[in-house]
Every structure is written in structure tokens, then in C-alpha cells.
Design a protein around this ligand. Structure first.
Ligand code: PLP
Length: 285
């Protein structure tokens, strides 16, 4: 018997179940999910799972794709269509399909809803329970690998949305020690009062931007003074210049941080020079 999935209003064979590549779940991890146990064809702790789902959706400001009562009916239908006696039901809701842009789409798309169910063998679980299981400990690293250009982008989505709501172009993350790490989708730079160009050293706390690397070539090539080290927001507030770098924005002058004008509040000469130098150095292929 082929398994059946519910996808955005339709019950379809699992192998035909598809969502758009523009779905924000696929692009950004911008969505939430729940898994409930099915036991004797019944959903276990459904109310609590739906209450947590409501909290997760509320936290991300995703509008329910269907009324809760309709979702309960869909869950039952998927269990029945897949003839699951014991197993699990998986549901996923994403912010929906939109042109790729980190911040929430200006007009909220309809949220995407996918539900699947599968049977499991209770004897396997019971055997594990009878013997007991082993665990190991690992460092808490969820998500502590900004140096990997991962699709796990939800924190960046929320930061970009905060920036947009504040009328800003970008958000700079500040770490637990009070230092700027980088932008939500860019590297962060300042020029100090004595003219040193500063950007955080590229370790595991930032993404090593390709644009950053090429701009550092330009900095070296022009014999400019630079330091790869962390800086705080307050050092940035007092900087002569600030800028972001990324493949899509090159070196983008920053004229205001947290409402404070940087330098004289206009793009500075160093960032303008680096922006102009960039394409003379960057590889073309
Ligand atoms: N840092 C983050 C978190 C990014 O997402 C990006 C680009 O998307 C960058 C830095 C800049 O990287 P690149 O210059 O390679 O575009």
C-alpha cells in the first residue's frame, strides 16, 4: 500500500508529494513541526502537541494555514488513509512560498502544511525499553557553527525582520561577550578614529565571507592599516566609518548603527575606495 501525504489541501501518494523550491522551509528552515505518537489508531497527547504548535507558530508569527479543528480532521484522515495502527504522525508548517528574501514577505503567503504518517513496530521500542539504552554527551552547539554556510537560517530571518521593522538594512549579531560577530547575511567592518580597518577574525564565530577575503586583499594591496579582531557596538558607534560586505552588496557603507550616525552620517572615503577596488581584484570566470 502506497503511503499518502497531505500537502497544502491535497491527499497524494508520498512519492508525488512535493513543495515548491521557493518554500521558506526549504530555503531558510522558516517553519515548525510536531510529531505525535499513534497508538491503537489514536493520536497521543494531541491537545498538548497542538498547544505547542500554536506557541511555535505564534513565536514565528506564522498564521495557521487551516483552522485548528480542520487540522485535527486532517491528522485523523492521514492516520486512516495510511492505516496506521501504531506509529507516528508528522506535521510541518512553514511560512509558505515567496521570492527568496530573508525578512518575512511583505504580504504573508499562505503557510504551507504537510502531514505524513507511518507505522512503526512497537516491539522494537519495547525491546529497547526492556534492555535500556546508552547515551553520550556532546557540546551544546545548536546552532554554534556560523562558519558553515548552512541552510539553518531562522535566526538570520528573525534578525533581518527585526532590522526591517526598525527601518534598517541589516542586523549585526552581538555575542554573549558583547562583541559584534557579523551581519545576518554579511560581514561587519568599522574604521577606527585613527584609520584602522577592523573586521572580526574569521574563526568559527563568523562566516568567512568571500567578499571579505577579497576586500582584505584590497586593504593589503593599498597598504592600509587593518586589524582582524572583535569590536563592540560602542566602539562601532564611535567609528569613523562602518560597512558590511557580501557577494550581493560588495562593500556597503553603513551610516547609522542603532540610531547613532557613524562619522558624519554619510558613506566614508575608505569604504568608497574599497568598493571601487573590489572588481579590479575579484576573480572573473
Ligand atoms: N556572513 C553571513 C552570515 C552571510 O550570510 C554572508 C553572505 O550571505 C556573508 C557573511 C558574506 O559572505 P560572502 O562575502 O561570501 O557573500
Amino acid at each position: 500500500m502506497s503511503r499518502i501525504a497531505y500537502v497544502n489541501g491535497r491527499y497524494v501518494p508520498l512519492r508525488e508529494a512535493e513543495v515548491s523550491i521557493q518554500d521558506r522551509g526549504f530555503q531558510f528552515g522558516d517553519g515548525v513541526y510536531e510529531v505525535c505518537e499513534i497508538r491503537d489508531r489514536q493520536i497521543i497527547d494531541e491537545d498538548r502537541h497542538l498547544a505547542r504548535l500554536a506557541r511555535s507558530l505564534g513565536a514565528l508569527r506564522i498564521v495557521w494555514p487551516v483552522e485548528e479543528a480542520a487540522l485535527r480532521r486532517i491528522l485523523r484522515e492521514v492516520v486512516a488513509l495510511n492505516r496506521v495502527r501504531d506509529g507516528l504522525i508528522y506535521l510541518q508548517i512553514t511560512r509558505g512560498v515567496a521570492r527568496r528574501d530573508f525578512a518575512f514577505p511583505a504580504e504573508a503567503p499562505k503557510a504551507s502544511l504537510v502531514v505524513t504518517a507511518k507505522g512503526t513496530n512497537p516491539a522494537i521500542n519495547a525491546a529497547h525499553a526492556a534492555a535500556g539504552v546508552k547515551v553520550i554527551t556532546v557540546a551544546e552547539t545548536r546552532w554554534a557553527h556560523p562558519h558553515i554556510k548552512s541552510l539553518q537560517l531562522l535566526p538570520s530571518v528573525l534578525a533581518k525582520q527585526a532590522a526591517r521593522e526598525a527601518g534598517a538594512f541589516e542586523a549585526w549579531f552581538v555575542d554573549a561577550d558583547g562583541f559584534v560577530t557579523e551581519g545576518a547575511s554579511s560581514n561587519a567592518w568599522i574604521v577606527t578614529a585613527d584609520g584602522a580597518i577592523v573586521t572580526r577574525h574569521a574563526d568559527e564565530t563568523i562566516l568567512r565571507g568571500v567578499t571579505r577575503t577579497t576586500l582584505l586583499d584590497a586593504v593589503r594591496g593599498q597598504g592600509l592599516c587593518f586589524e582582524e579582531r572583535p569590536f563592540t557596538p560602542s566602539e562601532a558607534y564611535g567609528a569613523k566609518e562602518a560597512f558590511n560586505s557580501s557577494a550581493t552588496t560588495i562593500a556597503m557603507p553603513v551610516v547609522e548603527i542603532d540610531g547613532r550616525p557613524i562619522g558624519d552620517g554619510a558613506p566614508g572615503p575608505l569604504v568608497k575606495a574599497l568598493r571601487a577596488a573590489f572588481h579590479t581584484l575579484a576573480q572573473r570566470s
